[in-house]
Design a protein around this ligand. Structure first.
Ligand SMILES: [Zn+2]
Length: 852
């Protein structure tokens, strides 16, 4: 297996002959504040056993250079044993002592040890991020999840810094301008879960304690950190409140004391993902520290992530998947537990609405790609693994667990989890280990269930079929199941009718098992025909909801009249799926949003309606109707913005939506007036984030100058300001702006991850189709080089971000197909990304045809 990859087969063989006892890792990062220094010194001592004395194996290490390798007192020549990605070890003894001294590189891509300099005060910040396999960028190791070991970290850093690790520090020794931090030995954990965070971080400390069933008291020191310049915005109280609520909940339900001592939560800059569950040292993207007003949906989203990561302390950190095939064993559970615990333990009671409407949309999209896969996946190597942090592993897996709880009951589910933790603590597992305990506790055969739900791919559609008599009574209600192999679904069928004042309310609920292609709902016979039949009411299962004709007509007239917010969210989700499937014209979907979004009480749902309506306009609407549709959306945004309660979340959401849809002199004038203070909307605070949204709209429309954007940066010369100004400049509708943005990403690898993202986001503007049409050919021409030369994180962004997705023409589809045909042998992970872009494009063309 060449280069940076590692195959499942190699990992299996290595685990067959190696057992790791302990790592001692020393990192010297005193060079970090000096921008001229690109590396830090990394020393690793590993004590490991081999069951094949005399045999050979290898270590993983991605480092610019290795100074020395010493195996059992024997000096190995780095030039002979190190090839840039691996260190070859032969002549193993039964017990081995290995020392590797290497110069490792500071990262600018968020992979490994990331270095960031704050433009506000010039301070340098470091943090690590490894999953799935980037610990090897920081220290030499056996990089695979089932070779768990204990770690002792020591870190030498500038004297003014603090350093955080999975364990508590036991000593800090000063030596001139540096201090060396020594940390306690960790529990046995996987390489990808180790962590170091270092810099002059602002910290808020707190404490959690709890009496355990045996009478002892569990003490967990808590800390929350962010960059100093973000400290004024850091609402640590709210973060720590959710943290304590989560610790209460998981101790109540899991009956296994938190095993990692203390609990730090570090909000770090230029983070590639939402957060990472490093035991005792969770890292979060710092955009969760809100600099300007955000809606309650953002607080809810952050709380969900806090709880998701905390659930991982048990599902993932205490018990870890053997290989990445079973990534779902931790991600599906954490995703499910995040929402479950949020509702039971915090003030965020609409988590299931968000889950049904937004999280599941991710799953439906991913599951209809030709590249979809079973929840338990076939992960051949690390490139496969990297792409599987996707809508199947997270959202579909979590949806299926929700279905499992409906199937076996809550008590059996949690009792199964409790046994799983006790039985496999600090170990590694596969699917069968989980099914075993759940079968014990539920008394049900779960092999068949798992075969149907975990080992197949695709989403079923459930459609109600009604027969009525002359008096409008139901003679038969059946549920049709299609879309791949039928599955066993535990579902609730909601029957809705109009009340005297016009509301749509549930008059009946029937819960049953839907099994084959057609299931008769016997209980419904003899009832009056309802105005609306909502299959999968209460969102128990994972399916696409379809409607009979009468129900669909009811929704077209009165979707917003459904009073229950979860049912309404499900209806919105269903009509969005119809639109994506070219079964409802995009202009009809946009019409529903224009008519009913103003009535939507749930702020998260409203924001997702905004995103979807804009998406429908940009790629699903017939091109000849686009201008008209755009005018309608923008006019709707102005009306709702002016009607929204002053200072409300809804007002802010409509203001942002206006920024995304504004067009024509009058509306652009309004945006400029809001920026300059000559126009006012009562209660709407034009704070810094909103200012940037308005500037982006003006820039994309060609109504902002480089000088104005420079002046705005002057006003907000922060990391966030730099990203947003970069995005605005890339959005300017000139050939020069497009060329500069493209070139900064494609022709150079100087930019850090955050600015790569900003350049791509600015470049790809839906209403600049003519300006960017010429980039389709260079896009396909560069793909293989980019994949070979860039880190996978950056390559994924470029491949997905620069795909000509707004060029929704048969020609773009043909060019994509031509590339796929000519590159059968390209890296499978690269092909997967292009295939997914192609599928989105084909879907857009079908939707446009339906919209004509
Ligand atoms: Zn996770």
């Amino acid at each position: 297996m060449p280069g940076k990859n590692l195959s499942r087969e190699e990992a299996r063989e290595r685990a067959g002959i190696i057992g790791v006892e302990r790592y001692r890792v020393h990192l010297d990062v005193t060079s970090a504040p000096d921008p001229e220094k690109s590396t830090f010194l990394s020393t690793t001592e590993i004590a490991f056993r081999s069951s094949a004395p005399g045999g050979a194996t290898f270590l993983d290490l991605l480092a610019p250079s290795v100074r020395s390798v010493t195996l059992n007192g024997r000096e190995l020549d780095p030039a002979q044993v190190f090839d840039g990605t691996r260190v070859r070890l032969d002549g193993l003894a039964e017990r081995n002592e290995l020392t590797v001294v290497a110069d490792c590189a500071y990262s600018r891509t968020g992979e490994g040890l990331h270095r960031f300099v704050d433009p506000v005060d010039g301070e340098t910040y470091l943090y690590t991020h490894y999953e799935p396999a980037d610990a090897r960028r920081v220290f030499a190791n056996f990089e695979q999840p089932d070779l768990k070991a204990r770690y002792v970290f020591t870190v030498t850093a500038p004297a003014a810094w603090d350093v955080y690790n999975n364990a508590v520090h036991t000593a800090v020794e000063a030596d001139g301008s540096a201090r060396t931090w020594t940390f306690a030995e960790t529990q046995p954990i996987s390489t990808y879960l180790t962590a170091v965070v270092a810099g002059p971080y602002h910290v808020v400390r707190d404490h959690y304690s709890r009496e355990l069933p045996d009478g002892t008291v569990l003490e967990i020191p808590l800390a929350a950190t962010c960059r100093r310049s973000l400290a004024p915005y850091f609402d640590a109280d709210e973060i720590l409140t959710v943290t304590k609520q989560g610790l209460d909940f998981f101790h109540d339900e899991f009956d296994y004391p938190y095993p990692f001592g203390k609990y730090d939560q570090c909000f770090v800059p230029e983070y590639n993902i939402g957060a990472m569950e490093n035991p005792g040292c969770v890292t979060f993207r710092e955009e969760f520290v809100f600099r300007s007003k955000v809606t309650d949906a953002a607080y809810e989203g952050r709380a969900n992530v806090i709880l998701h990561e905390m659930a991982h302390m048990w599902f993932g950190d205490l018990v870890t998947m053997k290989w990445w095939d079973d990534l779902w064993l931790k991600e599906s559970f954490a995703d499910f537990m995040g929402s479950f615990s949020q509702i039971e333990a915090t003030r965020y009671r609409s988590a299931w609405i968000t889950f049904a409407n937004q999280r599941k949309a991710w799953a439906y999209r991913q599951d209809q790609f030709p590249t979809t896969h079973p929840i338990t996946a076939d992960i051949r190597d690390l490139e496969d693994a990297k792409l599987n942090f996707d809508g199947i592993t997270y959202a579909k897996g979590a949806s299926v667990l929700k279905q499992l709880v409906a199937y076996v009951g809550r008590d059996a589910f949690f009792e199964g989890a409790r046994r799983y933790f006790k039985k496999h603590a600090f170990g590694n597992t596969v699917l069968g280990d989980l099914l075993d305990v759940l079968e014990e506790t539920s008394g049900r055969d779960l092999k068949t269930w798992a075969a149907a739900w975990l080992q197949t791919s695709g989403v079923n559609s459930l459609t109600p079929q009604l027969l009525t008599d002359g008096e409008g009574r139901i003679t038969e209600l059946a549920i049709l199941q299609d879309g791949g192999e039928p599955r066993p679904h535990r579902v609730a069928i909601g029957l809705y009718d109009r009340t005297a004042d016009g509301a749509l309310v549930r008059s009946d609920r029937i819960e049953l098992d839907v099994t084959g292609a057609r299931t008769v709902v016997a209980e419904a016979a003899g009832r009056p025909r309802p105005a609306l039949v909502l299959v999968n009411d209460d969102d128990l299962t994972y399916c696409k909801i379809r409607f009979d004709e009468v129900s669909l007509a009811t929704l077209r007239e009165g979707l917003g009249d459904i009073t229950d917010p979860l049912a309404r969210a499900l209806a919105w989700s269903a009509v969005w799926n119809l639109t994506r499937d070219a079964l409802m014209p995009a202009r009809d979907y946009i019409g529903l949003v224009l008519r009913f979004a103003g009535q939507e009480s749930d702020i998260g749902v409203l924001q997702s309606l905004h995103r979807q309506a804009k998406g429908a306009l940009d790629v699903y609407a017939a091109p000849e109707w686009r201008a008209e549709g755009g005018r309608l959306l923008a006019r709707g945004a102005v009306t709702e913005l002016r009607a929204a309660a002053p200072g409300s979340d809804h007002q802010l959401a409509w203001a942002r939506f206006l920024a995304q849809t504004a067009q024509g002199a009058e509306q652009l004038q309004l945006l400029r007036g809001l920026l300059e203070g000559t126009a006012r909307i009562d209660g709407l605070d034009i704070d810094q984030e909103l200012r940037w949204s308005l500037w982006l709209a003006l820039a994309a429309a060609g109504d902002a100058s480089g000088e104005e954007l420079a002046a705005e940066l002057e006003r907000d010369n922060t990391a966030s300001g730099r990203r947003q100004q970069t995005q605005c400049l890339a959005a300017l509708p000139t050939p020069g702006a497009k060329a500069a943005a493209w070139s900064s990403v494609v022709d150079s690898d100087e930019l850090p991850n955050a600015l790569v993202e900003a350049q791509i986001a600015g470049f790809a503007q839906p209403d600049q189709r003519e300006l960017t049409a010429g980039y389709a050919a260079p896009y396909f021409a560069m793909l293989e080089d980019i994949w070979a030369q860039r880190s996978i994180e950056i390559a994924m962004r470029i491949v997905g971000g620069f795909f000509p997705r707004f060029q929704t023409t048969p020609e773009t589809l043909a060019a994509t197909d031509a590339w796929l045909t000519a590159h059968e042998g390209a890296a499978p992970a690269l092909r997967r990304l292009v295939l997914e872009c192609r599928d989105d494009l084909a879907r857009a063309l079908a939707a446009q045809a339906a919209d004509r």
